[in-house]
Design a protein around this ligand. Structure first.
Ligand code: COA
Length: 246
């Protein structure tokens, strides 16, 4: 213990838990980054609409309940186990204010049942960090649609200059490859997810080639979502059936 150089009136102070909380939370929500993502519609091969919209923290339990089922070594296929456990921790940290400037977008069916989750967080006005993409219904290109939705939020809604992703699975890497991501020098620059390579795109690449490509292949979706359609997706319901096996 180090003694102060001058006498101090009291030998100890008490701090309330509420005072400590300010120092523990990621940050108060920064309005520059929390600009709402305008909901949009994706259509499955059957024509069934999937609504893609921002999630709220009180919808976290439905996401955790769904992800929890995948936190099991029996899902050590296509990296579902690893991505589920990491996404679970990020959603929990977001709900409990232990993540700086996080943003979560969900895909639901017309009754509000969860079909997929994407999340990202803002490093600063310049850089947005991609966290995870996970879908509970496969072979519908829903994953790449959702991934594109969070990139759209970062560039077109918030207005950052760079998008920094990394990929844990071959299916994830494929999304980045298709959307023309390139790497930062590695290991000089590391992604916060395990120190992996940063795959990035700039705002210029987004505007000049990535967004036009997504539009040409029908992966930018339809807007606006009618109010009554959107309302039916609230409250968010946990996924009743995982359709992740080919
Ligand atoms: C990554 C992820 C979001 C991608 O979702 P998606 O874009 O909807 O793609 P799917 O996982 O359904 O994979 C479909 C692909 O499988 C392949 N595929 C499907 N059936 C196939 C078959 N019979 N033979 C060969 N390939 C086949 C195709 O390449 C198909 O893509 P296409 O429709 O564009 O041709 C999803 O795989 C996922 O949630 N994975 C677990 C978590 C994860 O890895 N997240 C990314 C972390 S970086």
């Amino acid at each position: 213990m180090v003694k102060p150089t001058v006498p101090i009136s009291f030998g100890e102070f008490k701090f309330s838990v509420d005072e400590i909380e300010e120092f523990l939370r990621g940050a108060p929500p920064d309005e520059r980054f929390q600009k709402p993502f305008p909901p949009k519609i994706y259509r499955l091969k059957s024509g069934e609409p999937i609504i893609v919209r921002p999630a709220t923290k009180d919808e976290g339990p439905a996401m955790l309940q769904t992800l929890k089922q995948l936190i099991d070594s029996k899902y050590d296929k296509d990296f579902y186990h690893l991505v589920a456990v990491r996404t679970y921790s990020e959603i929990l940290a977001w709900m409990q204010n232990r993540l700086k400037d996080g943003y979560v977008i969900v895909a639901t069916d017309r009754d509000g049942e969860l079909m997929g989750i994407v999340n990202h967080r803002y490093f600063n006005e310049d850089v947005c960090i991609s966290l995870h993409t996970i879908v509970f219904k496969r072979a519908e290109r829903l994953g790449i649609f959702l991934y594109a939705a969070k990139v759209e939020h970062a560039f077109d809604v918030v207005g950052v200059n760079e998008w920094w992703a990394t990929f844990e699975s071959p299916f994830g890497f494929r999304m980045g490859f298709r959307l023309q991501h390139t790497t930062k020098p590695w290991p000089q620059v590391q992604h916060e997810l395990g120190g992996a390579r940063v795959y990035y795109i700039t705002r210029e690449q987004w505007n000049k080639s990535v967004k036009p490509y997504l539009t040409s292949v029908g992966l930018m979706g339809e807007r606006p979502v009618p109010e009554d359609v959107l309302k039916k997706t609230i409250p968010l319901k946990p996924t009743s059936k995982l359709e992740i096996e080919f």
